[in-house]
Ligand binder design. Structure first.
Ligand code: VGL
Ligand code: ZN
Length: 209
């Protein structure tokens, strides 16, 4: 018998990150059945949801003269500017309609503070403001986390790196992720980074019952 709990963290499987959305990730929708099919292998399933106010600092539209994918210095933190996406309460912020969100034990909304982005489901981009996910997992005695979702090179990557910082045994289920790959090569760079700190890169077939 396992003496601790294992959590699946499903990152940002939302309409705006799927084909037809404002920040569409290639094949983003293809991971939906893959994720639905592995949820029952975990004790706890968490759905992270990017959830921005219209005035969010990560939207290029809120910076005069700037374009999507420009980089700016935002109070000492490098911020990539994005098309408006996942605006609170809008259809683009909803989970993909076929995602089994009824199976989530917790829905964790992030990126709510208009002044700072939150790629990671654990910490805002200042690297110190907690979302509460660590406390939640700790309280339920979860010691191992597996990550999947969108996007491999942004929210999945930053969440996985922080999971290791908090001491979780951490893996990423690669066939249940898709990436943005802007700038080009960023998916490969993130995979290399994750492996270098001990994150296991798995396929769904590697998961045990
Ligand atoms: C994400 C860019 C902006 C993500 C969220 O979910 O990876 N990327 N906001
Ligand atoms: Zn966002």
């Amino acid at each position: 018998m396992k003496e601790y709990k294992k959590a699946l963290i499903v990152i940002d499987v939302q309409n705006d990150f799927c084909p037809g959305g404002s920040l569409a990730v290639n094949e983003g929708d293809e991971i939906v059945p893959v994720i639905n099919g592995i949820m029952n292998k975990f004790d706890i399933v968490i759905g992270a949801q990017d959830w921005h106010p219209e005035s969010h600092a990560s939207f290029a539209s809120n910076h005069k003269g700037k374009n999507a994918y420009d980089q700016i210095d935002s109070n000492g933190i490098m911020q990539t500017l994005w098309p408006d996406h996942c605006v609170q309460g809008m259809p683009g912020a909803d989970f993909h309609k076929d995602l089994n969100s009824k199976g989530f034990n917790l829905i964790l909304r992030k990126g709510i503070n208009s002044k700072i982005d939150s790629y990671s489901a654990f910490l805002e981009n200042d690297k110190k403001t907690e979302t509460g996910l660590h406390g939640y997992l700790d309280a339920l005695d979860a010691k191992e986390v597996c990550l999947c979702g969108l996007a491999t090179d942004y929210c999945v990557y930053y969440s996985a790196m922080d999971a290791v910082k908090y001491g979780f045994k951490t893996s990423v289920i690669l066939d249940a992720c898709r990436g943005i790959d802007v700038p080009e090569g960023s998916i490969d760079k993130c995979l290399k980074d994750m492996k270098s700190i001990g994150i296991k890169i798995l396929k769904t077939g590697d998961l045990q019952i």
